[in-house]
Write a protein that binds this ligand. Structure first.
Ligand code: BG6
Length: 457
């Protein structure tokens, strides 16, 4: 009965998803209208990236990427239209968990040390040449230019109070100085846009913004989506939207400056918006654990006693849920061994294992269908569906561990998007995996905003 109730509560009929898509588009409007991104339930955070890579970029650039679970550093040699990417090298390291709760200096020193180690091969740096870096920092930031961003809050399990309210590029630059690295965070300032002091009034600020087409990222972590958009657009001009479905959820698209109103005060619609917690990799495991705990308490799923490990928040991770959900063995052996490994429950019956799979299915399917509704909502906001513009091809570049590794989830996102768009539009919007697109995207954004003339890049 409890599982049946869960499945009923998790049901996402097409009509309901269409409402979600419309609500998403409406919240995006409201978020754009809100004077302050914090004033709307859906944060619409301008990225200040005013040009996407075109393929003409040349020179040697670095990309850094502090995302969900890993830190990445990348170096790319760009050869312009003719030669494209001449050489690319990258390194990926898991973020040591203790740094997620330590001090700001410890975290940024870790980044700078990894960068210094990686850049040691670049002898030009030792020779004193200053390199430009694009930095993908996938947490909510309030930016006032392409090179400065103040951390609004940590997400995805990070919690370092002293960093909140600080400028992330300053934190990184200081750490690089401590490592004697002669590099600058360039991904960000476009001197043509903000040549002087920051604007003093909001009106002046908006006026400056209005002169440019901007990228807006919705929801939490801005930059990985912006990076993915930039990286994917380099290869495919039809990419109109980048979505991250990983530890966290967010999206970036190119917004027309005319969509940002000169007047303020419009309030977003009321109602709850907990969208990300139903979808993201960070939460899916925890949702399944909570259901299992209820079943253990109320229906003795694991016998007379509730396993104590089952009461530990976040002990069940999404990769484990994915492994159980993809178990193709006849005795659901993977499910059995995971239940033993994580919760210490031995000898589970086939019925119990089947029930666990059903729960994983219900939670993952709801997440995937809602994610597709979110994507449909952004396409709706962009006028890509249900209009003449919808006939143009739209490619949605998706990155993130959840989408990449949880194949049932990925297949369900794709099929639900087709279901939502209907026959007329289903061929015009295509979802593509953009694996690790944001590191290269960050380097490309640095390239397209470079301060240096070609000969010294
Ligand atoms: C990576 C991107 O591929 O995916 C990161 O390079 C992004 O920028 C990350 O944050 C998200 O995935 P996850 O699963 O690590 O949160």
């Amino acid at each position: 009965e409890i599982v049946r109730q869960l499945e009923e509560a998790c049901a996402t009929p097409t009509e309901r998803l269409k409402q979600v898509a419309q609500a998403m588009a409406a919240e995006m409007h409201a978020g754009l209208l809100a004077a302050d991104a914090g004033g709307s339930k859906l944060r619409m955070l301008p990225s200040f990236v005013d040009k996407l890579p075109t393929g003409d970029e040349e020179g040697l650039f670095y990309g850094l990427d502090l995302g969900g679970t890993n830190f990445r550093v990348l170096r790319v040699q760009l050869g312009g239209k003719e030669r494209g990417i001449i050489e690319q090298e990258s390194k990926e390291v898991p973020i040591p968990p203790h740094l997620m709760f330590g001090s700001s200096d410890e975290l940024f020193d870790f980044i700078a040390i990894e960068l210094a180690d990686f850049a040691a091969k670049d002898c030009l740096i030792e020779g004193g040449r200053q390199r430009e870096i694009g930095f993908t920092f996938s947490f909510p930031m309030r930016q006032s230019s392409v090179s400065t961003g103040v951390l609004v809050k940590w997400t995805k399990g990070f919690s370092i109070d002293e960093t909140v309210g600080k400028d992330i590029s300053v934190e990184l630059t200081e750490a690089m100085e401590r490592q004697h690295l002669d590099m600058r965070v360039a991904a960000l300032v476009n001197p043509n846009i903000f040549p002087v002091d920051p604007p003093r009034t909001l009106v002046a600020f908006i006026h400056r913004i209005l002169r440019f087409k901007m990228h807006c990222a919705l929801e939490m972590q801005v930059n990985d989506a912006v990076g993915t958009l930039a990286g994917s657009r380099f290869y495919d001009k039809d990419v109109v939207l980048a979505v991250i479905l990983g530890t966290g959820t967010n999206a970036a698209y190119v917004e027309s400056s005319s969509a940002i109103p000169r007047c303020h005060g419009l309030q977003p619609q009321s109602g709850e918006m907990i969208f990300e917690k139903l979808i993201s990799g960070m939460y899916l495991g925890e949702l399944v654990r909570r259901v299992l705990l209820r079943l253990a308490e109320e229906a003795a799923l694991f016998g007379d006693t509730v396993p104590s490990k089952l009461e530990e928040p976040f002990i069940l991770t999404t990769p484990v849920v994915s492994a159980m959900n993809h178990d193709t063995t006849s005795n659901l052996g993977v499910v059995g061994s995971k239940l033993k490994e994580i919760f210490g429950v031995d000898g589970t019956s086939m019925d119990t294992r089947r029930m666990v799979v059903r729960i994983c299915d219900a939670i993952a399917e709801r997440a995937a269908r809602l994610a597709a509704a979110g994507i449909a909502g952004v396409l709706l906001k962009q006028g890509r569906v249900g209009s003449d513009d919808g006939k143009k091809k739209a490619v949605v570049a998706v990155d993130g561990g959840l989408f990449e590794h949880y194949s049932k989830f990925r297949r369900c996102v794709k099929s639900t998007l087709r279901e939502l768009l209907g026959e007329d539009d289903s061929e015009s919007a295509v979802i593509k995996l953009a694996n690790d697109g944001s590191s290269i995207g960050a380097a490309l954004v640095a390239a397209s905003h470079s301060h240096w003339p070609l000969m010294v890049r």
